[in-house]
Design a binder for this molecule. Structure first.
Ligand SMILES: *Cc1c(COP(=O)(O)O)cnc(C)c1O
Length: 239
């Protein structure tokens, strides 16, 4: 199976799981995470209908967004201050904001570029030491600080689940959805309406994320890696 067929299968399966969960498939955006491949492979996914792509490094983001400017580009990696102008120049949505000083730099860069930058706040729901992201109790303060920045618009929350344990992943996603609902209830109606995004779920655990309310799933290997079908936990489902 090639990239085109794998992307088409993933998109169809995401729609099927939405229906199974009682959700409208149009509520869930599939971001094809292209960080391990080059522009040619992105082209294959575009040909199969992919419209959203994710990159975790600024160089990959800038290069591939320039090659496929018609797609929506998502920045999903660690933010470094000095790369913020590049990220803002190419990304429709930044998933990984965790620091107020970066929010201020994004605000400046977006003002200079004449745009308002959509961002998500990354949360470390599971508390794993190895994971980036804000502690759940620190999210409200950053959300509040961003409310004062005219060129930064917080569109929701993002998380990464512990790998290899679907029960732990489910608990993580449900925890993020609960936190999102609590924070949203405290926002002004105009901000609450735009605070509608939950970016959660990757190749191995996106089904759990869709059931928990994900509006964006970030899928890399299941689209771009031919070894994934053979080894991934989804192998049984696809057989
Ligand atoms: C690489 C990456 C993904 C995609 O992971 P897969 O397991 O390949 O689907 C999703 N989100 C982030 C933040 C990543 O770095």
């Amino acid at each position: 199976m090639g990239i085109e067929e794998r992307y088409a299968n993933v998109a169809a399966e995401v729609a099927a799981v939405c229906r199974e969960a009682g959700r409208d498939p149009r509520e869930v955006t599939v971001v094809a995470v292209s960080k391990t491949v080059g522009p040619a492979q992105v082209g294959s996914a575009v040909a199969a209908g992919a419209r959203d792509f994710g990159e975790n490094r600024p160089d990959g983001l800038v290069e591939k967004a320039a090659a496929y400017p018609q797609a929506n580009w998502h920045f999903i990696g660690n933010i470094q201050s000095r790369r913020i102008p590049d990220i803002v120049g190419s990304a429709a949505l930044v998933h990984s904001l965790v620091e107020e000083r970066h929010a201020r730099k994004i605000d400046e860069a977006a003002a200079a570029a004449g745009k308002v930058q959509d961002v998500l706040l990354e949360v470390n729901v599971s508390g794993e030491q190895s994971k980036g992201g804000l502690a759940p109790g620190d999210v409200a303060a950053l959300l509040d600080a961003c409310g004062g920045l005219a060129h930064v618009r917080v569109r929701g929350l993002m998380t990464m689940a512990p790998q290899g344990d679907l029960d732990a992943a489910r608990a993580t996603f449900e925890g993020l959805a609960r936190l999102h609902a609590e924070l949203r209830a405290d926002l002004d109606p105009s901000r609450a309406a735009l605070f509608d995004g939950l970016s959660m779920g990757m190749s191995e655990d996106w089904r759990e994320a869709v059931h928990a309310g994900a509006t964006i799933v970030r899928i890399g290997r299941a689209v771009f890696d031919d070894a994934f079908e053979a080894s991934g936990p989804g192998a049984g489902n696809l057989a």
